[in-house]
Write a protein that binds this ligand. Structure first.
Ligand code: PNS
Length: 158
């Protein structure tokens, strides 16, 4: 049975994340979308909210589970007995950092592979930061985030 982890901050989830979730869930038997709960970094959305949003949008996908983790991703993967990490790649600008993280994780545990999924070109410009900036300035984010979580995101900036 093929199992993978799709980790991230998801602060908040965007349509780009959902696209990677949908495509990964088609090629994996089981996918865990894992939200990093980093006590050293203040996120815009609390961990509970980020998990709730992901649970809402992944309801239609029975092989997708939503969870959160603290500490090293590789330790979380080991604990879950999963040896594939999926990361989304948007532009060349993502590559350097993602490449470094994949190599560090490979060093920490060579049995765990990182697979990169290219973004859908529709979402190559999209990021959680862009969503937050537009929402904070009162712009329309309806084409950028899943409709199920739109009001949860907008209400943060009321
Ligand atoms: O959505 P993001 O912020 O690009 O996701 C990055 C994330 C959360 C996947 C990554 O920073 C992570 O897993 N951090 C946990 C600590 C860790 O394992 N770091 C890698 C070794 S330096």
């Amino acid at each position: 049975m093929s199992k993978a982890i799709y980790p991230g901050s998801f602060d908040p989830v965007t349509k780009g994340h959902l696209d990677v979730i949908m495509r990964s869930s088609k090629i994996m038997d089981h996918l865990i979308v894992a939200v990093l709960d980093n006590p050293r970094k203040v996120a815009t959305f609390e961990i509970e909210k980020r998990v709730e949003m992901l649970k809402l949008i992944t309801e239609p996908y029975p092989n997708v589970e939503v969870d959160y983790y603290q500490g090293l991703l590789i330790e979380y993967a080991q604990q879950k007995k999963i040896d594939i990490i999926i990361k989304g790649l948007r532009a060349i600008s993502d590559f350097e950092f993602e490449f470094q993280m994949a190599l560090v994780n490979q060093k920490l545990n060579p049995a765990i592979e990182t697979l990169f999924m290219m973004t859908n070109s529709k979402y190559s410009y999209l990021s959680s930061s862009i969503v937050k900036e537009i929402a904070a300035l009162g712009g329309d984010i309806s084409s950028l985030v899943p409709s199920e979580v739109h009001s949860m995101i907008v209400s943060k900036y009321d």
